[in-house]
Ligand binder design. Structure first.
Ligand code: SAM
Ligand code: FES
Length: 353
């Protein structure tokens, strides 16, 4: 396996057969070599820096019915909330004082957040915090909507592609959602000049090694600035309640592979990774990750943004989450960077150089 990892390290590419061999290799030696090479590349590109993103979960209402998601439309016992403009601005104010220079507004596809409402919020944040990046993660919208939000001041958009294989996509989503539209959204966002984040869940029900290879190939085509991956974790009130979660080992292998395939990409150590293992995020950081997204949402709504079971960080105030993550980042051997943290390769055309 050493020669495959060395080839990936030197060329950032592998054949499908080589990828298959690496993805399925469960040996500790492979994990360690991949970790070492991934860490070397992240240190070459970003030094010890870990960028912070303040995550504001603005709504648990969703018109979609993704089969894996705890806040899907048909989750009858899901508790619904939405933050007001004042709530969101208070989160930003608190976050700014804590040193955050990126705000990520994420939520279900809530019809309340029309373009007018969302543009009002984005332009107010833009006016108050000209030195901060504004990231949105609000699902699928029209080209016109993405354009208006960009014009109002949004810089980045996170929209995981979820599954690049049409067959798997169809097994994870209801018929009214299509991979085609998801891809259309990502391509609109890129052409509008957003810094874009795509990604997928590791160990999703029905996912095969071929599906993971398709995800990696799709990412090579799209060339996003950020790639968000984390283990699938079942939620008790979804059709996938009885499915097995994705594993720590496979998620770490994929993180290492992603760092070597995309040396300059922004790679978050996700909350889901921290949920399947107490030191999951630290291990992620040591395997190529360079972003963490502490929660800035008001504590009273945290438990209600209930995507999967046993989600961590649902009881702490923003300042506690910030402090806890800082300690974890430093203990893992890195330093917190209080800056916007743009992708090292982003130019104004929205393309990787
Ligand atoms: N509505 C927006 C969208 O669709 O992009 C943003 C919110 S959505 C809840 C954010 C991400 O959560 C999804 O892209 C999905 O990959 C992840 N997610 C949802 N359910 C999950 C689960 N059961 N386990 C792990 N990740 C999950
Ligand atoms: Fe819409 Fe999960 S189904 S956010």
């Amino acid at each position: 396996m050493n020669d495959i990892i060395e080839k990936l390290y030197l060329t950032s590419d592998l054949t499908d057969e080589e990828l298959r061999a690496l993805i399925t290799d469960e040996s500790p030696e492979t994990a360690e070599l991949l970790r070492r090479r991934a860490d070397e590349v992240r240190r070459r590109e970003y030094g010890e820096k870990v960028f912070l993103r303040g995550l504001i979960e603005i709504s648990s209402y969703c018109r979609n019915d993704c089969l894996y998601c705890g806040i899907r439309r048909s989750s009858r016992d899901a508790e619904r909330y939405r933050l007001s403009r004042e709530d969101i601005l208070a989160c930003c104010e608190n976050g700014y004082e804590l040193g955050f220079r990126t705000f990520v507004m994420q939520g279900g596809e809530d019809p309340h957040f029309t373009d007018d409402v969302m543009c009002g919020i984005v332009s107010e944040i833009r006016g108050k915090y000209p030195d901060c990046a504004i990231t949105l993660s609000l699902g699928e919208r029209s080209h016109e909507s993405y354009k208006r939000l960009k014009d109002a001041g949004a810089d980045r958009y996170l929209l995981r592609h979820e599954a690049a294989s049409p067959e798997l996509y169809a097994k994870l989503h209801p018929a009214e959602l299509s991979l085609e539209n998801r891809k259309r959204c990502l391509s609109d966002l890129k052409s509008l000049g957003y810094q874009v984040g795509a990604g997928f869940m590791v160990g999703a029900p029905f996912q095969t090694v071929d599906d993971l290879i398709a995800d990696l190939r799709f990412l090579q085509e799209l060339r996003p600035q950020m790639i968000g991956i984390g283990p699938f974790i079942p939620h008790h009130s979804t059709p996938f309640s009885g499915e097995k979660p994705g594993t720590l080992a496979l998620t770490l292998r994929l993180l290492g592979i992603l760092r070597l395939m995309f040396p300059k990409v922004l790679l978050p150590a996700t909350t889901a990774l921290g949920t399947i293992a107490p030191n999951g995020r630290e291990l992620g950081l040591q395997t190529g990750c360079n972003v963490v997204m502490p929660n800035l949402s008001p504590v009273r709504v945290r438990k209600k943004y209930d995507l999967y079971d046993n989600k961590i960080c649902t009881g702490e105030e923003a300042a506690e989450c910030r402090g806890c993550l800082q300690r974890r980042i430093e203990a893992a051997g890195y330093t917190v960077a209080c800056e916007r943290g743009d992708c090292a390769d982003f130019d104004t055309q929205g393309e990787l150089k």
